[in-house]
Each structure stands twice: as C-alpha cells, then as structure tokens.
Write a protein that binds this ligand. Structure first.
Ligand code: NAI
Ligand code: MG
Length: 365
C-alpha cells in the first residue's frame, strides 16, 4: 500500500502554502509513480471553529496511525481571546506530546541565490547546510519543581533543568542516525563546565557514540557554540543539544540563512513498527495573519518540510534532493516572493506562482 500522510493545513497562510505542497505531492504521484495515501483534517483555530477544540480526538488518533503528519500553521488574532485550554497552539502541543516527538530537527541551509540575504557575509553562509537537533520534550521547560514561591520577604521564580539518561540517550541516537546519513560529524553542545545535567549529557552522548564509530563526535560549550555558529557555521554538520540551548541556537542558526518563509522543520519520535520514526513536519513560521489571504506567503518552507518527510519518513532521499534542487533552480532563476525581496524594486511572484514554478522545475529535472 502507499505511504500515508496526514495533512493539517491549519490557519492563516497555512492552507495557502499547503495548497502548493499538494501540487508537489500530485506531481510525485503522476510523474514519479510515488503516490501517497493523503488525508486532510483540521487543526488549530480551524478545528476550534468546527469542533470547539483545537485538535479533535479522531484527528489525534489518525496522526498516531499515519507514516507522517505535515502541518501548516496555527493561530491568529481571532483566537487570541480564547481560553488557554482551547487556544490553537494547544492543538500543536497535543500532537507533539502524545506522539512523544522528542527530537526537533531544524536545518539551516543556505541556497546560493539567497546568500546575499543573510545578515552575515556571503562567503560565511554560501553553501551552508547544517542541522540542529534540539531535545524537545524535557529539560528546563518541563522540570519539577517549578513555580514562583515566597521566600523570606520576596518571591523566587524557579525552573529545574532535569534530564534522565534515557532522555539523553534517545535524542543522541536520533542525532547520530542523522549524522550517519549526512557528513558523519556530530557536535554535542551543553554547559558541562557549570551544569550537572551538562556533565551527564556529555557522558551519555559519549557512551552512545560507541555504537556509531564512523561518526566523528565533538563537544562544545553552548555559549562557545553560539559564537562559532556566527563566526564560521560551515565547520558543523549535525549539532545536538538540549531543549533550552536548542531553542536559542536553532533560532540563531535559522537567521544565518535569511527569511522565515524558507525554514522547514521536523519533529521525530520513537521508531514505529516499520522502523521509521513517528514524525511531524512543519514550517518554522506561524500563520502570518498580516499577509494571510493575499497570495503573498512564501510556500517554500512548507515545501521543504515535505522534502524532509520524503527523506526521513519515506526513504526517498533522492527525491527529496530533487525537490530541494527544484527550489534552488527557481531561486537561481530570480523568482522571489515578497518576503525575499528586501529593498529591491523587483516585482514579487505570488504564492501559487512560486508553487507552479517549483512544479515546472521538477518537470524539467
Ligand atoms: P509568523 O511566523 O506568523 O509571522 C512573522 C512575520 O513573518 C510576519 O510578518 C509574517 O508575514 C512573516 N512570514 C511568516 N511566514 C511567512 C511566509 N511563509 N511567507 C512570507 N512571510 C512570512 O509569527 P507571528 O506573527 O509571531 O505569529 C502569528 C500567529 O502565528 C500567532 O497566532 C502565533 O501564535 C502563530 N504561530 C504559530 C506557529 C506554528 O503554527 N507553528 C509558530 C509561530 C507563531
Ligand atoms: Mg524559539
């Protein structure tokens, strides 16, 4: 049977960019004999409008069954007044939590045609292709005890950084597996100089490395890592780090390469019975209410998220590369959605024109 894919377009520009991904999916079915069993459902505000909840139980159940989930974006001003328990983001959080997606993959990839767009010098970013693996389900954002307490005559805000061996082990394995499929270089970042969790992190990662003798492992303090990422990011291939440092470092790395409209992501969990990880793919950007409904959204982040699905959930690495090269081609040809134009006086292409151009580039590939 065909591989299964659940599509959750969500809110704002989510459905607009997802419509372009559908063109790409259709192309693979028609031209590469690579058909997917695609189902589509509601998430976020759209689900709240229909069902009074940002993620219906049936949708959650479907997400657990499919080979991969592809999500657009959730949220919007219309839903800001809602109670916390039914806010659109809660739909996304429920997916991540119940699928137990502990490894968040954030590539920082610079397409040559956009190297000028980076805040760094062109030669520092041109050809950049690195991957940050952030632990997503534990660490200081979840550790107990937490809260604001009274102590003496003042209040104290408390969060606890806490990692178990098994939590470190499993995310380290995800990172090593990735490194094996890439340049076989992994850098682990923590603060073992000042944090006990960092000491344990380094020990466990070093232990896991014994199962991956081909991968060259290095360790770096996370603050030094931030410096190195902006100084010469091409020294890295895969970086693995905890939830807090990963939050900061992945945002930092993302901006090395330019626009939010270009950035895909994947969140992976434990291997399923078919050996592939549970997986949710989504662009890094949100629902962009300021441009929603105007045909201005850049669909590339969502299309590249599908490319990640091809590579990591469907074992179609060559087809993923084909799709990334199609994106590279249209950018090299000078096509730009509005977010990629900066101050230049050129005319932008629309969301659907960008999608059509990528499909045409696939056709020519
Ligand atoms: P945002 O990512 O939606 O937008 C930030 C800025 O980037 C806006 O100016 C927007 O127009 C632009 N932008 C984003 N994606 C773009 C694209 N594909 N093409 C062209 N321009 C793009 O973040 P913001 O404004 O902070 O949040 C808007 C809503 O999205 C909120 O309700 C927020 O909660 C939600 N959100 C949802 C996320 C998700 O679904 N994973 C992530 C971040 C925010
Ligand atoms: Mg962040």
């Amino acid at each position: 049977s065909n591989p299964s894919l659940l599509i959750l377009p969500g809110d704002g520009i989510g459905p607009e960019v997802m419509a372009e991904v559908r063109k790409v999916i259709d192309w693979y079915g028609a031209k590469r004999d690579l058909a997917f069993d695609v189902s589509e459902d509601l998430v976020g505000g759209a689900a709240y409008d229909a069902h009074g909840t940002p993620l219906a139980d049936e949708t959650m159940a479907k997400a657990q069954e499919v080979d991969a989930v592809l999500l657009g974006a959730v949220g919007g001003p219309k839903y800001d007044v809602l109670d916390f328990s039914v806010k659109p983001e809660r739909g996304l959080l429920r997916l991540r939590k119940e699928m137990d997606l502990y490894a968040n993959l954030r590539p920082a990839q610079c397409f040559d045609a956009l190297a000028d767009f980076s805040s760094l010098k062109t030669d520092v970013v041109a050809g950049l292709d690195i991957m940050i693996v952030r632990e997503l389900t534990s660490g200081i954002y979840f550790g107990e005890p937490r809260g604001i307490i009274e102590e003496g005559n003042e209040r104290v805000g408390i969060n606890t950084q806490r990692y178990t061996e098994s939590e470190i082990d499993r995310v380290a394995r995800s990172a090593f597996e990735l490194a094996m499929r890439r340049d076989k270089k992994l850098c682990s970042m923590e603060k073992a100089n000042v944090m006990e969790s960092g000491v344990l992190w380094r020990e466990v990662v070093t232990e896991v490395a014994k199962d991956y003798p081909e991968v060259e492992l290095s360790h770096m303090y996370a603050d030094a890592g931030a410096m190195q990422l902006t100084r010469w990011p091409k020294q890295f291939d895969v970086i693995v780090t905890d939830n807090l440092f990963g939050d900061l470092l992945s945002d930092l790395a993302a901006m090395l390469t330019g626009s939010l409209g270009m950035l895909p992501s994947a969140s992976l969990g434990a291997p399923m019975s078919n050996g592939r990880p549970k997986a949710l793919y989504e662009p890094v950007h949100g629902s962009a209410p300021d441009i929603a409904g105007q045909g201005k959204a850049n669909p590339i982040a969502c299309i590249l998220s599908f490319a990640m699905a091809l590579r990591y959930s469907f074992d179609q690495g060559d087809e993923a590369t084909r799709l990334e090269q199609a994106v590279e081609k249209v950018l090299a040809d000078g096509l730009r959605t509005a977010d990629l134009l900066g101050e230049e006086g050129k005319a932008p292409v629309s969301t659907s024109e960008m999608g059509d151009a990528i499909v045409a580039a696939l056709d020519a590939s």
